[in-house]
Design a protein around this ligand. Structure first.
Ligand code: AMP
Ligand code: MG
Length: 414
């Protein structure tokens, strides 16, 4: 996408979260399809339409352990029949059932010719050579008909379908050991900051452990992407440029930190020098410094998240996650929402979209905040199962009022 004049204007003003999401999504396209083994397809999106290669079940078979009979022989009971064969699952029947005869048959075994009804073992004396049928059984009972589940050639799954365990099973049933799916986004993850140390180090004076590569990397993995963690980047433009040179080979890049207007914030100018910025100021809290642009010859999308770990994970959820899902071929991009009764009042700046970390109780129809909403309290993210979204134009949500809640623990529904 060429950065248009409207984009140029966006780069110079503070835009709403809604506009930011629109701009980001407009830039995203599904990755090219790939052929993958079925075992690796879970969580991806089907890039081809799939139809049945044969009938399922392929043959009429028994839905019960019992006796295959002719319905006319079991219309009145008791009825005594001669057991002429035993049929286990996996075996073709040895012959046909004539009037007065029955086959002892197990679940899944092919129905012998002549039979049209299964009588459950529990409704008989369970005899081996002769059987007494004790319960009148209607024609067709417990018979699974060939093609009842799917017919050869009938459409099963359409392009764009997300592959859950049930869809994987449908693909297996039609013999697909490989399928064409949209690629999983490979996403470069970079943390910037002179204060950061690796997580297996004990931070020295003034240093802190890097949370964001782990948390954002996990968020990428959780949506079906493939995170690629690059080494820590110090607060200098050359180091950042070097890291981005490598990172732009990925399908998308996510950085954290250094995106503000502090003395050591290099992300914006470096993105501009390597490509272009679409916008970098959004009316949101937490998470105000957030940059979106593209870098390199392949115009790799780049998201510059704020360094603050609450802000980075939250803006990832609101803006990056839907974008990467579109890249992965999904058409459902957004988490389910609910209107819930707010337990505690929340104050917020009127001009910003405000997201509070919440604990939703869907049965009770209520939501409470996780406690202190300071954007430096990362543990509150781990307590939350939702985000309470308070729109621009209000400065306070009263206790007892109905608020919009994004259910971040549930899969997308729209
Ligand atoms: P910045 O956006 O670089 O100004 O950082 C904002 C705040 O987040 C500062 O207190 C940083 O120390 C902190 N921070 C930045 N990156 C990380 C990170 N990867 N892990 C933990 N804290 C971070
Ligand atoms: Mg920093």
């Amino acid at each position: 996408m060429a950065i248009s004049s409207s984009a140029a204007r966006a780069a110079n003003r503070t835009i709403s979260v809604d506009e930011a999401l629109e701009r980001v999504l407009a830039r995203m396209r599904p990755l090219p399809p790939r052929d993958v083994p079925l075992a690796e397809a879970l969580g991806t999106v089907l890039a081809e339409a799939v139809s049945a290669d044969m009938d399922l079940p392929p043959f009429h078979n028994s839905g019960m352990d019992g006796y295959a009979v002719r319905a006319s022989d079991v219309a009145t009971v008791p009825s005594r029949l001669r057991v002429t064969m035993h049929i286990a699952a996996g075996q073709p029947p040895a012959g046909r059932i004539e009037p007065g005869e029955a086959a002892r048959i197990m679940t899944g075994a092919p129905l012998p010719d002549g039979a049209d009804t299964i009588v459950r073992i529990e409704d008989t004396d369970a005899g081996m050579e002769r059987v007494e049928i004790r319960v009148a059984t209607a024609r067709g009972t417990s018979v699974r008909l060939a093609g009842e589940d799917m017919r050869a050639g009938s459409p099963l799954l359409e392009r764009g379908r997300r592959l859950r365990p049930a869809e994987i099973g449908v693909l297996a049933s039609t013999g697909r050991s490989r399928v064409s799916v949209f690629g999983r986004p490979r996403v470069a993850v970079i943390s910037t900051g002179d204060e950061l140390v690796e997580i297996d180090e004990r931070p020295g004076p003034g240093k802190i452990r890097d949370i964001n590569r782990s948390a954002v990397g996990a968020a990428i993995r959780a949506l079906g992407g493939d995170p690629w963690q690059l080494p820590l980047v110090r607060d200098n433009a050359e180091a950042l440029r070097g890291a981005l040179q490598e990172a732009m080979q990925a399908d998308a890049v996510v950085t954290s930190g250094g995106v503000s207007v502090g003395d050591h914030d290099h992300v914006k100018p470096v993105i501009e020098s390597m490509g272009s910025i679409d916008f970098w100021s959004m009316a949101i809290r937490p998470g105000k410094p957030f940059a979106f642009g593209e870098i390199g010859p392949r115009r790799t999308p780049i998201f510059g998240l704020p360094g603050n770990p609450v802000s980075s994970l939250l803006t990832f959820e609101i803006l990056v996650r839907p974008a990467l899902r579109r890249m992965a071929g999904h058409s459902l991009l957004h988490r389910p929402r609910a209107r819930l009764r707010l337990a505690d009042a929340i104050d917020k700046p009127a001009h910003l979209r405000f997201f509070a970390r919440g604990v939703a109780d869907l049965m009770a129809g209520s939501v409470r905040i996780t406690g202190s909403q300071g954007s430096n309290v990362f543990t509150s993210m781990a307590l939350a199962n939702c985000l309470i979204a308070l729109r621009e134009g209000t400065s306070r949500a009263e206790a007892g009022s109905a608020v919009e809640v994004i259910l971040t623990d549930l899969p997308e529904d729209h």
